[in-house]
Design a protein around this ligand. Structure first.
Ligand code: ZN
Length: 232
């Protein structure tokens, strides 16, 4: 069956600094899957990008959340209000934090770091904690286990990539030999790196996950931060 993979470019400013993320849309038969959805308040930006490729939020059938971070799930609750039928997928290890049953690990980390920040960083740290507290939890409908195979785009394998967060998940589109990395891989100056290594909840595991993704020898890696990595 015909399938299409789109990369959205979503930009928002935070305290005067513009940031860009690249959520992915998988279209296959009746399924239209969005992988990660951006920050709190990003829904109008996501809608605008979807419109560019002839889609609406109401046409999305599923949302995959690679992990619990605010720049990946911040708009999820608003998205579900706009499309109550959407099915939300995440790994079992991320689900408690996404659904709000447990305090998000990034918020815990930020609150702990706040105590050791130098005076000139205190205000930034406080604003960041406040931002994380504003993330609305959202119920997860389906759990994604490592090795699960979805029929999206002719075969989509769930690949556990722990480290950045404990249940971080990437997707391998087998037909296309394309990996949607989430934050298991970011691009910096054209090179694959772990995203924000200083904030990885388990830095060694994050490095191992990056190596594992590279060892898949995929044709292309769609990084949420930084763009597309094409190994030569
Ligand atoms: Zn991120």
């Amino acid at each position: 069956m015909e399938h299409t993979i789109h990369r959205l470019t979503v930009t928002m400013a935070f305290q005067g600094v513009e940031e860009t993320i690249y959520p992915t849309v998988l279209q296959y038969g009746k399924s239209t899957v969005l992988v990660d959805c951006g920050w709190i308040g990003a829904l109008p930006n996501v809608e605008r990008e979807l419109k560019e490729i002839g889609l609406s939020v109401q046409e999305l059938t599923a949302l995959v959340l690679t992990h619990q971070d605010h720049d990946h799930m911040g708009a999820a609750a608003a998205l579900r209000r706009a499309n109550p039928d959407i099915k939300i997928y995440a790994s079992p290890a991320e689900e408690p934090f996404i659904s709000g049953r447990e305090k998000p690990l990034r918020l815990r980390q930020a609150e702990e770091m706040q105590e050791t920040l130098p005076p000139e960083m205190q205000e930034f740290g406080r604003a960041f904690c406040e931002l994380l507290r504003r993330v609305e939890p959202v119920a997860v409908d389906r759990l994604l286990q490592d090795g699960d195979r979805m029929d999206w785009c002719g075969g989509c394998r769930v690949v556990a990539t722990p480290g950045h967060t404990p249940g971080h998940t990437s997707l391998l589109l087998e037909d296309e030999s394309l990996v949607i990395t989430g934050d298991a891989m970011a691009l910096e100056n054209g090179l694959p790196v772990t995203a924000n290594p200083q904030f990885a909840l388990d830095r060694e595991a994050a490095e191992a996950s990056l190596e594992m993704l590279l060892a898949l020898k995929a044709r292309a890696y769609y990084c949420y931060h930084g763009g597309v990595y094409l190994p030569s």
